[in-house]
Design a protein around this ligand. Structure first.
Ligand code: NAD
Length: 265
């Protein structure tokens, strides 16, 4: 039996690609496409809204009575409802939405005692390899190398810096023993803005329709090392999310990461 899938944020940039790829792959039975109540496409066929074939599932604001897994790429204000729905109905949860607050993270941690959950700021394979590399590179280079993270995204992105940039910084801090997020400097301006040793600069660029570019530069006197990741298409994230959903439905309640899904943790 194919897992019953709920897509939350279904008419968004990510939601539409997840619906389309889920339909193409035929691995899932899409049982609901959830959107905010006042979305102009409510009531329309979710497949057609996504630019794919008819799915015979209407875009709606209600969560279904039964499902196996929910994939949420919406916005932070919506994710508590998805977490409650999944916990109360024993539905596995793949959460890709970024910009979550501490309370939401605590809620997810508590929920993971009852259902399997994956929270990942970036579902691409390449970025997850980079997540596990950056800490190692920072420790090998040592404290004489300044660390600066630059992320670039499309003009519509709401949160800044990106969840991915924060995860990169957090992983560096974990490996080097720096405080997170206290060591981060967001942007730099002014007459007295010289770099302080032990800080990590984080810079967010918003322009046009950039899907996602992240670079981590380690620089000392005489050389720099830059690790860079570029995403050409949202399908990279959507495929990762569906891979995570397929993996998660067979797991026990716990909080998992994409590294667990990919077997690189
Ligand atoms: P988007 O704005 O295009 O889509 C979000 C959708 O959520 C919209 O259609 C919106 O109407 C809907 N929504 C808002 N409130 C809702 C509610 N209460 N219930 C249901 N749906 C609701 O944004 P996007 O580019 O698709 O990104 C969505 C989220 O995913 C963002 O937080 C983004 O940063 C994140 N993201 C994560 C990854 C990853 O790999 N983890 C990749 C890309 C984007």
């Amino acid at each position: 039996m194919r897992p019953k899938l709920v897509v939350v944020g279904a008419a968004g940039r990510m939601g539409k690609r997840i619906l389309s790829l889920a339909a193409d792959a035929g691995q899932f039975d899409v049982v609901a496409a959830v959107e905010r109540r006042d979305h102009p496409d409510i009531g329309k066929d979710a497949g057609l809204v996504a630019g794919a074939k008819r799915m015979n599932v209407k875009l709606g604001s209600a969560y279904p009575a039964a499902a196996d897994v929910a994939v949420d790429f919406s916005q932070p204000a919506a994710t508590d409802k998805t977490t409650d729905y999944c916990t109360e109905n024993s539905v596995a949860l793949v959460l890709g939405t970024t910009g979550l607050g501490d309370q939401q993270r605590a809620k997810l941690k508590a929920a993971s005692e009852r259902i399997p959950i994956i929270v990942a700021s970036n579902m691409s394979v390449g970025m997850n390899v980079l997540f596990s590399l950056v800490g190692k590179v920072a420790t090998m280079l040592g404290e004489e190398y300044d660390v600066e993270i630059i992320e670039q995204h499309h003009r519509f992105k709401k949160d800044a810096p990106s969840g991915t940039a924060l995860t990169l910084a957090e992983n560096i801090c974990k490996a080097t023993g720096q405080d997170f997020p206290e060591s981060l400097i967001h942007g730099r301006s002014g007459k007295d803005a010289a770099r302080q040793k032990g800080t990590i600069g984080v810079h967010a660029i918003r322009a046009g329709d950039i899907t996602g570019i992240h670079s981590v530069t380690f620089g000392t006197l005489g050389e720099t090392v830059t690790l860079r990741h570029t995403v050409q298409s949202r399908d990279t994230f959507a495929r990762g999310a569906l891979r995570a959903a397929n993996w998660l439905v067979r797991k026990k309640p716990a909080l998992y990461s994409m590294a667990d899904v990919l077997g690189i943790s």
